[in-house]
Ligand binder design. Structure first.
Ligand code: GDG
Length: 461
């Protein structure tokens, strides 16, 4: 690859930050960034007044980090506001949760402008710029306005919606037009790309060309489907190592021979946690043979706690977990274990391996990396069973999972019963097929495919 890779994401996890993080983007990009590359974005710091326009620089393992701070007001309006109270619910088909305010949209544009002002002076002419996710839709357009002619690509980690849904967004036209300023726009699935192309057609009047590109103002944006993956080999090795460690030993001792079911998610309403817990309660109601035989561990790392819908969800989950525990526990068996503190990544890998069933039932998800991690962590000789929502991007690839409608707790309960009673040969056969998928579509493959597509564009068109 000629030229330096410059990755831009809303939040840059700085090398000196401590503690485990829950979030798919940071995990996947850690695999993509090599020595010589630059990672640009928000530091995670909030200041009383608007920050400086120049970035703060740091370096670690040959990777340069350039960050800016956000003011409290910018954080509230741009991040908690337009990004997470409008775009996030909209892109997850939750129109009822969208709360649009024009001052928040304005702040969203201003912060993207500030990102562009701080990034532009750091760019070299042959850098490949790769922008990530919905917080930064307008960044490419802002960079172009500052005369940046580099190849700039954009990848969306969430789903993309069809025009019927997108039209609910008061600024849909501007957002769509700003995406056309990129050279490449990538999505996890064909369905998301089709939603984008239909939207640009119906809302902007652009007709896609045969190669899947759209041209606006003389600039062509190539769309691609590029499903994200994980470092399968590395994750499998971490799971095996952790399996022998003290935390997995303690977990298994605490199970006393019972089966473990596991769910791991950011505490987010898109992840279907309410329906999932309901599904588990129905398993216990419909199939009493599982009483005393299974424990469900749900790790739901707290996320976006200053958005009120997330606080409401937490209260709801506390209540549901309490109900199920109260109703079904016996003095020596608690059916649900629930924690909102994140686990270390290695520990998580070992816990997946210890689990006879992985439950991944988002109501909508761009991809869902937990599904892939669960598969990678299994022992191929005695693998667990993956239950997967049909509305996760991962369902397009992981077709040998037990695919469920996440809105139907009874279907989830039945799938859990099937998973817990599945014969070894069927578990092995399903796992072989899933493993093949996870080992083929890795994080490395994801970034190679994206950067090859970006490199192949003629940039200054
Ligand atoms: C977005 C899209 C898309 C979770 N809890 C803990 C923990 N995690 C890690 C998981 C996984 C990551 O966080 C979550 O990734 P997901 O893909 O499941 O979901 P989002 O955060 O919503 O990510 C998603 C992704 O971007 C990538 O494009 O797949 O659809 O929404 O890696 O393991 N990690 C640790 N402790 C935890 O408690 N260490």
């Amino acid at each position: 690859m000629s030229g330096r890779l410059v990755v831009v994401s809303n939040r840059v996890p700085l090398p000196n930050e401590r503690g485990p993080r829950a979030g798919g983007l940071a995990v996947a990009l850690a695999d993509a960034l090599g020595p010589g590359s630059l990672w640009f974005g928000w530091s995670g710091r909030r200041t009383a007044r608007a920050g400086a326009t120049s970035a703060t620089l740091a370096e670690s393992d040959g990777i340069a980090y350039a960050t800016i701070d956000l003011s409290e007001t910018e954080y509230r309006l741009f991040y908690a506001g337009f990004s997470n109270r409008v775009l996030w619910p909209l892109l997850h088909f939750r129109l009822g949760l969208v709360q649009y305010r024009s001052d928040e949209y304005h702040a969203y544009r201003v912060v993207n402008r500030r990102f562009a002002e701080a990034l532009a002076p750091l760019l070299r002419p042959d850098d490949l710029v790769w922008v990530h996710d919905y917080h930064l839709f307008p960044l490419g357009e802002e960079l172009r306005a500052r005369g940046i002619g580099n190849r700039i690509g954009f990848f969306l980690h969430t789903p993309f919606v069809p025009p019927e849904v997108l039209r609910a967004l008061p600024r849909a036209e501007q957002i769509l037009a700003s995406l056309c300023a990129y050279d490449v726009v990538g999505f996890h699935t064909e369905q998301f790309r089709a939603g984008f192309l239909r939207s640009t057609h119906e809302i902007l009047g652009l007709t896609p060309d045969e190669g899947g590109g759209v041209t606006m103002g003389g600039r062509r944006a190539q769309t691609i489907v590029d499903p994200i993956g994980i470092d399968a080999e590395g994750f499998a090795a971490a799971a095996e190592q952790s399996w022998r460690g003290s935390e997995v030993r303690r977990l298994r001792a605490s199970l006393a021979g019972r089966a473990l079911a596991i769910g791991v998610d950011r505490l987010d309403y898109s992840k279907g946690l309410v329906q999932r817990l309901d599904g588990f309660a129905r398993l216990l109601a419909r199939y009493p043979e599982h009483h005393q035989r299974v424990s469900f561990l749900q790790v739901a790392a707290r996320s976006r706690e200053d958005v009120s819908e997330y606080q409401d969800l937490r209260i709801e989950l506390d209540r549901m977990v309490g109900d199920t525990i109260g109703q079904y526990s016996q003095f020596d068996w608690v059916p649900v274990r629930y924690m909102t503190r994140p686990l270390r990544r290695g520990t998580l890998a070992g816990f997946y391996r210890a689990a006879a069933m992985g439950v991944v039932t988002p109501l909508r998800d761009g991809m869902n990396l937990v599904a892939k991690e669960y598969v990678a962590a299994q022992n191929p000789e005695d693998p667990g069973v993956l239950i997967l929502s049909r509305f996760a991007g991962a369902a397009a690839e992981l077709t040998e999972a037990l695919i469920v409608n996440p809105y139907d707790p009874e279907e989830i309960a039945d799938a859990m019963h099937s998973a817990l009673t599945m014969r070894l040969e069927e578990r092995q056969a399903r796992h072989r097929a899933l493993r093949e998928q996870v080992w083929t579509g890795t994080a490395r493959r994801f970034s190679e495919r994206f950067l090859a597509a970006l490199q192949a564009t003629d940039g200054s068109a």
